[in-house]
Design a protein around this ligand. Structure first.
Ligand SMILES: C[S@@+](CC[C@H](N)C(=O)[O-])C[C@H]1O[C@@H](n2cnc3c(N)ncnc32)[C@H](O)[C@@H]1O
Length: 322
């Protein structure tokens, strides 16, 4: 792959099993990354089937273009959010669509590059933008400028962070000193030290914690910077609309907040009559629009987890348009 980009696709066999690409069918890859899932689909839907792929990160696009160069006549790569799915379907006049895959969250490349600011183990700047060229808001801006109530809301809702109030009040007091020092940027390592100090946790005691105390705080910041939950909530109804009857939506998520949105949406759309139980006859005329294919969520096999530890929290849900 070009520019030393790295990411191992998660649940690749399962995506192929459930989307079951056939010659001539069209697919959407909402999260292209390094192009791993797209490559598997393009191997199977030739010679005429197409893939329309979305990606925000310019490094990933460059890597995917190089990886998928043999398929360049059958893949269209859009540098925009999958939240604008329907606009591009119109623009590209791509139909019918047989399958749509979402592989949510971060690539390993993003997590491992210190300058992207996603990892609390590094010394990059606290950034976290999927598209560092076009997105304006950085995680640093949130920490240094947002109000107490805004911080409380994101840590509580997107991080399910414990001791939220203590943490936020601590951050507000700490940032006053930080801003006075007129430093050029806020580094992830400085922010992590501040968190540990506020929560009164000694570096030497970190091993006693099941997960690092910064994990959920970083998760909340990443979700807020990239509007991650909003994006998936906006995209699912569009995905349902553009899909051919019998076509499938497959979503891989990596934390419970995303998975909950997908689970609830699939459940809601798979309901027929929604009249109150006491109603003797149906007068809502509601029809189910989706059939849930994965009654139980699909998780990576032990083999996949041992080959790629980062796959361990992945959860796959699949539904079919009726
Ligand atoms: C887990 S990686 C995808 C890996 C890919 N499926 C593969 O097999 O190589 C998730 C990718 O989605 C991208 N992404 C996240 N939110 C996005 C959005 N709203 N629109 C487009 N791409 C997005 C990220 O930049 C990241 O590269």
């Amino acid at each position: 792959m070009s520019n030393d980009y790295h990411h191992i696709s998660v649940l690749g066999d399962e995506i192929i099993k459930y989307l079951d690409p056939k010659a001539g069918q069209n697919f959407i890859d909402c999260t292209l990354g390094g192009g791993g899932h797209s490559a598997r689909i393009l191997d199977l839907n030739g010679p005429k089937g197409k893939v329309l792929a979305f990606e925000l990160d310019p490094r990933a696009i460059k890597a995917a273009k190089s990886r998928l160069k043999d398929y360049k006549d059958r893949i269209v790569i859009v540098r925009d959010s999958y939240a604008h799915l329907k606009d591009y379907i119109k623009k590209e006049n791509l139909k019918p669509i047989q399958g749509i895959v979402f592989d949510l969250g971060l690539s390993s490349d993003q997590l491992d590059k210190a300058d992207r600011g996603f990892s609390f183990k590094d010394h990059g700047s606290l950034d976290m933008r999927f598209d560092p060229e076009n997105q304006k808001l950085k995680a640093e801006d949130i920490i240094l400028n947002w109000s107490e109530s805004e911080l409380l809301k994101i840590f509580y809702e997107y991080g399910e962070v414990k001791q939220t109030k203590r943490l936020v009040q601590g951050i507000i007091a700490w940032r006053k000193t930080f801003l006075k020092q007129k430093q050029k940027e806020l580094k992830t390592s400085m922010f992590v030290s501040a968190i540990l100090e506020i929560l009164n946790i000694k570096e030497s005691n970190l091993k006693k914690h099941r997960i690092h105390p910064a994990t959920q705080i970083f998760q909340a910041l990443r979700i807020a910077v990239n509007s991650e939950l909003d994006n998936i909530s906006k995209a699912l109804p569009q995905a349902l609309d553009i899909l051919e009857s019998g076509g499938r939506i497959a979503v891989i998520s990596f934390h419970s907040l995303e998975d909950r949105i997908v689970k609830h949406y699939f459940k809601q759309m798979s309901q027929g009559c929604i009249c109150p139980p006491e109603s003797p006859v149906c007068n809502c005329n509601n029809k189910a629009k989706l059939k849930i294919i994965t009654k139980k969520v699909i998780e990576p096999s032990a083999n996949e987890i041992s080959a790629n530890r980062r796959s361990r929290s992945a959860k796959l849900r699949v539904a079919e348009k009726i």
